[in-house]
Design a binder for this molecule. Sequence first.
Ligand code: WTA
Length: 629
Amino acid sequence: MAEKLNGEVYYPSEEVISYARIKNWDELNNFAKKDLQNFWAKEAEELFWFKKWDKVLDDSNKPFYKWFTGAKTNIVYNCLDAHLKTHRRNKLAFIWEGENGEWKTMSYHALHRETCKFANVLKSMGVQKGDRVTIYMGRIPEIIIAMLASARIGAVHSVVYGGFSVESLAERIEDSQSKVLIVADGAFQRGRIVPLKKIADEALERCGTVEHVLVVKRTGQEINMEYGRDMWYHELMNLPIASNSCALEEMDSEDPLFILYTSGTTGKPKAILHTHGGYMVGIYTSLKYVFDIHEEDRYWCAADPGWITGHSYIVYGPLLNGTTSFIYEGAPNFPYPNRWWQMIEKYGINILYTAPTAIRGLMRFGEAWVKRHNLSSLRLLGSVGEPINPEAWKWYYKVVGNERCPIMDTWWQTETGMFMITPMPSVPLKPGSGTKPFPGIEMDVVDEKGNPVKPNEEGYLIIKTPWPAMIRTVYKDPERYVSQYWSKYPGVYLTGDSARKDEDGYFWIIGRVDDVIKVSGYRLGTAEIESALVSHNAVAEAAAIGLPHEVKGNAIYAYVILRNGIEKSPALIEELRQHVSHEVGPIAKPERIEFVDSLPKTRSGKIMRRVLKAKALGQDPGNISTLEE
Ligand code: WTA
C-alpha cells in the first residue's frame, strides 16, 4: 500500500506490517469482491460444522437473506468444545478483575465445564431449544457462562445491559416472553452497589412471564428471595443435576442465537435477531483480521457484554479465535484515573478496544497518569461506538500507544453484528476515519434519491451487499425489519447514519440522522426517554434531543410540558431526572430539562426534534413548511 493518500495520513511501520496477518489489504479485498461466496466459504471452512452447507448465500427471498443454508453447527462448539482437542485446552479463556481488585482466571477447559454445568441447570428449569432467557448482570464471568449455556442448549439469550433499569428491563422481558431470568444480586460501580436484583423484582411486578429467577451472588447485600421463584446460582451449581457434561444442541445455521434490544427510529426498542451460522463466521473472521489475533495475545475489549460490542467482541469473537481475553468489572477511573493503565501493565495486555467517550474521559486527567505505567505490551488499539474526534485519536495514538500502535476505528451496529467499516493493522490511517468497508462489503454515501454523492459531500450511509453476520429480522416484527432498513432505497440497507466519503474512498461518519441518540457510545432512543418522562404524573408531553457534549459525544436535553396546575420548580426537574434514571437507567438521565408551554409539531402531530435542536444550537432550523404553528 504505497499509494499516496490525501490529508493527514499515518502509514503503518515496517514492524507493524511484518507482524500483520494481512499485509496486502487490496489483495484480500479483491478476492472478496470477485467471489463473495467463496470468500466467506473459505473462512467458514476454518470452523467446525456438524454438517456442511448446501449454499453459502440464499438470496431468493430478499431482504430475508440466509447464510450457510442446510448446515448444522452450534457456535458454542466452536467457542469451547473445539479448543478442548488442541493445546488451547489449558489456555486461559479469560482473566477477570473485579472493581474491588480481586481477580480470577478461567481456562477453556474450565469455561467449558462451567458452561455445561449451567446448561444442565437451565435444562432442569425446563428451558428448551428456542426458549428465550433474559440475562441481567454486571461484567462478571457468570454473564458469559449464562450466555454460552443458553446457546449450548439452543435457547435464545436476551441480555439486558446492567445500566438499564426497571421499565427497560420489564419491557424487554415482556416482549421476549422469557420464562427464566438470570440476574446478579448487584454490581459494583465506582465503589457503590447497583441493586440489580431489587430492580429486577420491581420489573417482575410489571411483566408476567418469568417462572424462575436464578441469582448470582456478587455484591452480597441483603436481597429479597421469593420462595419458589428465586434460587441461588451457586447452590444450583452444587446440585447433582449440574453435571460436568451436557450434550450440545445441533443447530441449523439459521436458527436464532440471540436477540438484543436496541433503539430505533421510532417507538419502543426492537429486538435484533442473530443466528448461529452466519453470525459465527462474520465475527470470527472480522476479529481475526482486524485485531489480528495471535495465539499469544492478551486482548481487552472494554465494552459491556450487554451491548453488541460485548456479544461479538467480548464473548463470541474472542472465544471462536481461542483468544485470552481480559475483562474488567468496574469504571475506568476508579479509584484513580490510572486504573486502566495499571491493569494493562499488570496483565501485559496487547490489544485495547474501547470507545471515544472513555478516551476523552481519561484524557481529561492528563497524560501523567498514563506515563506512570509501562504500556509497552500494547500492539493495537481500537475504537467503537461513535465518531472519534481527531484530537482524541491523536492522544490515544501518542500517549497510550506511544506512536507504535495502529488504531482500529471500527464502524458497525447491533444490526450488522460485525465490523463493517474498519482498517486492518497494515492499512494507512486518517484520524477520525474508519477507512474502508471490510472486504466483501460494499457501502456508499447517497443522496435523498439514492444517487452517490460527490467526494466529501454528506449523505446517507448505506450497505449494498449482504454479509453473514447481518440482522435476520426484528424479532416478532418482520414488517418493521423491512420498513426500517430496506424500504428507503430498494435492495439497499439503510444504516441510519450520515457520512462523507473522501477522494481516497475513506469513510467519515457524521452521526445518526434518526431519533437515536448516542450518549457515551450507548444507544438510546428519544422515544424511550420521552415515554419515561410522560409516565410521571406531573408531565403532559415531552421531547428529547441529543446535543453535543465534550466527553459524552452527545448529552440528552429534554423539553417538558407540565400538566395543568403543576408548579414549575428546580426540585421537580431533579425529580424528573431521577424518574428517567429509575425507569430507563442512569445512562438515560437528561443532562438538562426545560419546562416549555408548547413543542414544535408537524400538522400530523409529530414532534419536530430537528427544530428543537436547531434552536438550542442557535442554528437555522431549515425547512419548516410542515410546522403547524
Ligand atoms: C455509531 C455499536 C462512528 C453509529 C457497535 C452507528 C460509530 C451506531 C462507530 C450503532 C464508529 C458505531 N464511528 N460512529 N467507529 N461505531 N457508531 O448499535 O451511529 O450500539 O449507527 O452498535 O453507533 O450503535 P450500536
